[in-house]
Design a protein around this ligand. Structure first.
Ligand SMILES: O=c1[nH]c(=O)c2[nH]c(=O)[nH]c2[nH]1
Length: 306
């Protein structure tokens, strides 16, 4: 008895794309996860080995990146409409009968730093620094041994990005080095931070204002990220830890884990398009992992190294 090829569809899933608009010093970004799925006349592809009706998934991926450059991304819906129409209308009639484009859009807010001209009344956006919306988790660990407390608080999944003011060059080069030196790259990371308090709770020592402390530490981490002109993520790590210690007397030690969320420029030359640092592939792995502690002199670090 013959078997029947039932429902089938294919395409490239989860194309991670960051589109940067650099028309002024106030950059704009769109961050999307685009999945393409095509339905149509693919019976031969499955049954005979003929790929005459197969638009490669690789091409669907390239189309997503090239369209981001050529048409820009005004809205996820509009971008989806453009892509879906293209896949159906540009292939020979009837081959791709329908195209499904799923898009997840990740929202970003601008990092604000105190307005340098009016420190106490306002704040100023940094044109190239962003924090991803609604992601982070606040953490704490309190240990009490009957004598003293040890409080380590923190946050995780605070995702930040600078679209400029980041370079990386002058590093060791050996026979395995392929990395190109970067003089203007995207710097993005998903911050895991823990910080230890000087508070021990002995002899009626009052508790810090924990909520205010959290908000302020978070603020200083963000400001340091946004304001540091970075020659490495290691240097940014040090600036972030230092900024917290300089501004929050209740904190003695800061430990940071900063994955380097690589953004690779997409080569659009094959499509006759120039990529002026506008269209990136946002890789989720592998990633560089930069970790370090910054602590006050004379204080023995207590935050365990994971
Ligand atoms: O900021 C960086 N630090 C590194 O140690 C490193 N290594 C690498 O390949 N890229 C980067 N970027």
């Amino acid at each position: 008895m013959a078997h029947v090829l039932g429902q089938n569809q294919y395409g490239k899933a989860e194309n991670r794309i960051v589109r940067v608009y650099r028309d002024s010093t106030r950059h704009e970004i769109k961050d999307l996860n685009v999945s393409v799925s095509l339905r149509g006349d693919f019976e031969d592809v499955h049954l005979t080995g003929s790929n005459a009706n197969c638009l490669p998934t690789d091409t669907t991926k390239n189309t997503v990146y090239a369209f981001a450059k050529e048409h820009g991304i005004d809205s996820a819906e509009g971008f989806g409409v453009l892509l879906a129409r293209h896949f159906v209308d540009s292939t020979e009639r009837g081959v791709v009968r329908s195209a499904r484009i799923r898009i997840e859009e990740y929202g970003w807010e601008r990092i604000k730093t105190p307005d340098s001209s009016s420190r106490f009344i306002g704040s100023e956006e940094v044109g190239h620094s962003f924090v991803r919306k609604g992601q982070e988790v606040r953490t704490t660990e309190v240990v009490y041994d009957g004598d003293r407390f040890r409080v380590v608080s923190g946050l995780k999944d605070l995702v930040v990005m600078n679209t400029t003011n980041s370079e990386f060059w002058g590093y060791i080069k050996d026979r395995y080095t392929t990395l190109q030196e970067a003089y203007d790259r995207i710097l993005a990371t998903q911050v895991t931070a823990r910080w230890a308090f000087g508070f021990h709770g002995r002899d009626g020592e009052p508790e810090p204002n924990w909520n205010r402390s959290y908000q302020q530490v978070r603020r200083h981490l963000l400001e340091a990220f946004a304001e540091t002109y970075s020659y490495s993520l290691q240097q940014t790590l040090h600036a972030m830890g230092t900024r917290v210690l300089n501004n929050r007397a209740e904190v003695d030690e800061v430990r940071l884990e900063l994955p380097n969320k690589h953004h690779f420029l997409v080569d659009l030359e094959p499509f006759g398009l120039k990529n002026d640092n506008e269209v990136y592939f946002a890789a989720d792995r592998m990633y560089g992992l930069i970790e370090g502690t910054v602590h006050r002199e004379g204080v023995t670090p207590v935050i365990p190294v994971a």
